[in-house]
Design a protein around this ligand. Structure first.
Ligand code: SF4
Length: 249
């Protein structure tokens, strides 16, 4: 995922996943003989009260300068001009801006804090709301290889990250977006948590299934991306809810 000399943009959300990621990338520099540079970025969606200034202060305590970008992406996504799901537009605009800023900073890698639970939730979101079986992957190339998105926490359980963040007293920023408490991702998360409570093997089995796909036992695609049924036929590559309590990209 990471090579000597990389300049890595790190997309922060204010959530504990991305702070854990930032902490790990910074800490790892002290422990391994691979040198890289990290550039944290936060795209503020524009809701009040925001926490960009506090996040910037926090990064500076770690010796890192946060590129804080104030936008109105979230407001626009909730306006009457937008007829899509607000998270769809908001996260699309955020991703676009993240790539632009990463490019501006000479970074060819963009690190995001998605964890194992996010990958599973995205699988179910894509099945239910995009009609596709796919999710986010740990390392993914974009724009003919110009950028690589890396997700170093892709194999880490959310509970492990929460525990780590708590032990290290990472700050908790509340996402002021009105959709953050009601998103489809949240519904899927609650459904999955019920399954996990009933059987402790379920999460591991779903995650394992992501790399054990028996395509012979799936239907052939004759639809060529059907229109209709009210679904937007576009995979959800990033977290629908931009902030995990605040959640990520
Ligand atoms: S929950 Fe996050 S992604 Fe969705 S609209 Fe609000 S700020 Fe944007």
């Amino acid at each position: 995922m990471i090579s000597n000399g990389d300049r890595i943009a790190v997309g922060l959300s204010g959530g504990q996943d991305s702070l854990t990621l930032l902490w790990l990338l910074r800490e790892r520099l002290r422990r391994i003989p691979v040198h890289y540079e990290i550039y944290p970025i936060y795209i503020d969606p524009g809701f009040e009260p925001g926490f960009g200034a506090q996040l910037k202060d926090y990064c500076s305590q770690w010796g890192l300068e946060l590129r804080l970008e104030e936008t109105r992406h979230g407001i626009l996504a909730h306006s009457t001009e937008n007829r899509e799901n607000p998270c769809f537009l908001c996260s699309h605009l955020r991703r676009k801006r993240l790539f632009e800023i990463a490019d501006d900073q000479g970074c060819r890698k963009l690190a995001l804090g998605h964890n194992k639970d996010d990958l599973i939730e995205t699988l179910f979101l894509n099945i239910c709301y995009a009609g596709e079986i796919c999710t986010m992957v740990p390392s993914q190339s974009f724009f003919q290889g110009k950028f690589t998105v890396i997700r170093p926490l892709a194999y880490v359980d959310e509970t492990v990250i929460r525990k780590f963040a708590k032990e290290n007293r990472f700050p908790v920023f509340d996402n002021p977006c009105p959709t953050s408490k009601t998103s489809k991702r949240k519904e899927v998360k609650e459904m999955l948590n019920r399954l996990y409570q009933d059987n402790a093997n379920v999460k591991g089995n779903i995650f394992r299934a992501l790399s054990h796909v028996r395509t012979d036992y799936l239907l052939k695609d004759h639809s060529k991306r059907r229109k209709g049924s009210g679904n937007r036929h576009e995979s959800i590559q990033s977290r629908e809810s931009g902030h995990d309590a605040p959640s990520a990209l």
